[in-house]
Write a protein that binds this ligand. Structure first.
Ligand SMILES: [Zn+2]
Length: 295
């Protein structure tokens, strides 16, 4: 039974390939950030929407090189300034990878990320962007920073949110395939983060193709790995958690207009949330894919 209300009213601006500077011509595949004028138009167009942005992939908090860290900070400064104009509620970002492991231990990398998140929070306050939450994202690749539990730790140490990309969590072998496992995640969130109707937890939900290193790419919900997305939504419904979340659908498929697929899947998610359907068990795939998921 549907006991909560859901609305189709959130949007994520993908600034994933944005570069700072670079003059008029940018390298292939990159683009400029929107101008302040464009951002004002977007703010009016999506007036009553919950608005978020996805940071550029180039930004990283695990890097050792000073120069790369300066670039990361410049991106956040840019996003905070645009975000104030746009009325952004949160910024999702990837923290980086564990490839620095050659010179640092995992614990040292986690400490590094925590202190850099604190620096970003300070910068955010300096720019009067206190309304914008930081939401580091659960990475999809096995060596990416970081898994769900590590990000819970980072978020509770710094007071940020996190972006729970359910497909990433699943792809890197996270324990999210039974009702109780998913429910345990919700308990951890409740215990460590201050989430509510007014400060919802960002969730990413999309289909995913999985390989031996974890995520390969996003696809449609019912393609690729057999993601237990209906079980996931059932737990959110049944545990009365939906009002504490904002769900962004990042589904995409090749050779199609990108927006069409994420919108189709958004509607699927929405319809399921409004249906009476409740799934309590995941119908695990019998294919060889399972060997990557069950380690
Ligand atoms: Zn992401």
């Amino acid at each position: 039974m549907m006991t909560e209300t859901a609305k189709l009213n959130s949007i994520e601006f993908g600034w994933t390939n944005c570069l700072i500077g670079g003059g008029r011509t940018l390298p292939r595949g990159f683009e400029h950030y929107p101008s302040e004028t464009q951002v004002k138009v977007a703010r009016e167009t999506f007036k009553n929407f919950y608005k978020s942005a996805h940071a550029p992939y180039i930004a990283s908090l695990t890097v050792s090189e000073e120069k790369k860290m300066r670039t990361t900070k410049a991106h956040f400064t840019k996003m905070f300034k645009l975000g104030v104009v746009l009325n952004l509620r949160h910024i999702t970002f990837h923290c980086g990878s564990f490839t620095e492991k050659k010179s640092l231990s995992s614990v040292q990398i986690i400490q590094r990320v925590i202190s850099r998140v604190k620096e970003l929070l300070k910068r955010k306050e300096e720019l009067s962007a206190s309304e914008i939450e930081l939401a580091p994202e659960v990475g999809g690749k096995i060596n990416s920073f970081a898994d769900f539990d590590t990000l819970i730790h980072v978020a509770s140490e710094t007071g940020t949110l996190l972006t729970w990309d359910f497909a990433h969590d699943f792809a890197r072998g996270g324990t999210v395939i039974t009702y109780d496992q998913i429910k345990n995640r919700l308990i951890k969130i409740e215990d460590n983060l201050d989430v509510s109707n007014h400060r919802p937890l960002p969730i990413h939900l999309s289909g995913i193709i999985v390989g031996k290193h974890g995520e390969q790419e996003h696809t449609l919900l019912d393609k690729g790995a057999k993601l237990p997305w209906k079980l996931f939504l059932s737990v959110l419904k049944n545990e009365n958690f939906i009002h504490k979340t904002v769900i962004i659908c990042e589904s995409k498929a090749k050779a199609a207009w990108p927006g069409e697929d994420s919108l189709t899947d958004s509607q699927k998610i929405f319809d399921f949330l409004f249906s009476d359907e409740l799934i309590t068990k995941w119908d695990a795939p019998a294919t060889s894919l399972s060997k990557f998921i069950f380690k």
